[in-house]
Design a protein around this ligand. Structure first.
Ligand code: SF4
Ligand code: SF4
Length: 309
């Protein structure tokens, strides 16, 4: 659908934990395996300390001369901070794809940008599948938008990235394939006029329909953004306090928990990424590793017997 002069230049931006780098890598690999030139450059920045995760992808028929570019043909931005960050990559011809929950902010920040496309990826992932496949819905939508990435090539690249997880839990494969398909559908609907912006600075609603404050709250799992109320869960020897307003879903605590009890919750945090919860592996031993590694102080652990850990 995009038809730039030369290769397609893509910038993706989001929070650490949203899977932006995975999407970019799969897009580049799918393009390469489809016979295109492809280049992917991650810019991890310091997202675990509050920065935005950026990825730069170029695909096309022509040799890619330089990794750096300043104006993108396609930008995908999936958090408020990402939307604010990508302004420098937008030109008059740039297509900006963003999650539908950011519609008001996009409209306010870039009122003259004509090519705006709202994709309700977060809402669809959460309500139809699981918040964790949000990035695969995005992958489906952006892959469709490029018009360069055949479904089979994207599926193959997805298998190479996530096949080891699919092998452990085959239901994940079905869910991810479904997410890919839904992303493609959402993109087609949006570009058919139901989600793309009009020329007068008016943004038409995507397939998710009208979005008012009530819906925005639902998209955040019913949490009040900014609220510092913890979710308290007792598990094994520990009492696990999780502060959703601080958790940005980086997954570091999941990696470090020695008994693998921490996993992804269905509930979303303040940045629109899933928060974590105990109860997925062996019972908690109250070692406090998760509390120590969390870069955002989103976890507090108490021993249930009252002793100091
Ligand atoms: S609680 Fe876990 S997932 Fe959330 S910010 Fe802290 S380390 Fe990251
Ligand atoms: S306290 Fe230790 S065992 Fe319990 S959830 Fe945190 S890392 Fe895992």
């Amino acid at each position: 659908m995009l038809n730039p002069q030369g290769n397609l230049k893509i910038v993706l931006a989001g929070e650490g934990g949203q899977g932006v780098q995975t999407v970019a890598e799969i897009m580049a690999e799918a393009a390469f395996r489809s016979g295109y030139q492809a280049l992917y450059i991650p810019s991890f920045g310091v997202e675990q300390r509050g920065g935005v995760s950026l990825a730069f992808v170029q695909v096309g028929r022509q040799p890619i001369g330089a990794p750096v570019f300043y104006t993108a043909d396609l930008v995908g931005a999936f958090s408020l901070r990402a939307v604010k960050k990508i302004g420098g990559y937008l030109g008059d011809e740039t297509w900006l794809f963003y999650d539908a929950h950011l519609e008001e902010e996009v409209k306010e920040l870039y009122p003259s940008l004509e090519r705006r496309v709202a994709i309700p990826a977060l809402e669809v992932a959460r309500e139809e599948m699981h918040p964790r496949v949000f990035n695969v819905v995005i992958l489906g939508a952006l892959g469709e938008a490029t018009g360069l990435l055949p479904r089979e090539a994207v599926t193959e690249a997805l298998e190479r990235q996530l096949g080891h997880k699919f092998a452990q839990d085959p239901s994940l494969r079905e869910m991810n394939y479904r997410a890919l398909e839904r992303g493609q559908e959402l993109c087609r609907l949006a570009l058919a006029g139901e989600g793309a912006a009009g020329g007068q600075g008016e943004v038409r609603r995507g397939p998710g329909g009208e979005r008012g404050p009530e819906k925005a709250d639902r998209g955040r799992g019913g949490l009040v953004p900014g609220s510092l109320e913890p979710i308290i869960t007792e598990d094994g020897q520990g009492r696990f306090y999780l502060y959703p307003a601080l958790c940005k879903g980086c997954g570091l605590c999941i990696e470090k928990c020695p008994v693998r009890t921490i996993g992804w919750a269905r509930q979303l945090g303040a940045l629109g990424t899933p928060v974590v919860e105990p109860g997925h592996g062996e019972p908690c031993i109250a070692c406090r590793q998760c509390q120590l590694v969390c870069p955002d102080c989103a976890i507090w652990i108490e021993r249930r017997d009252g002793d100091k850990p």
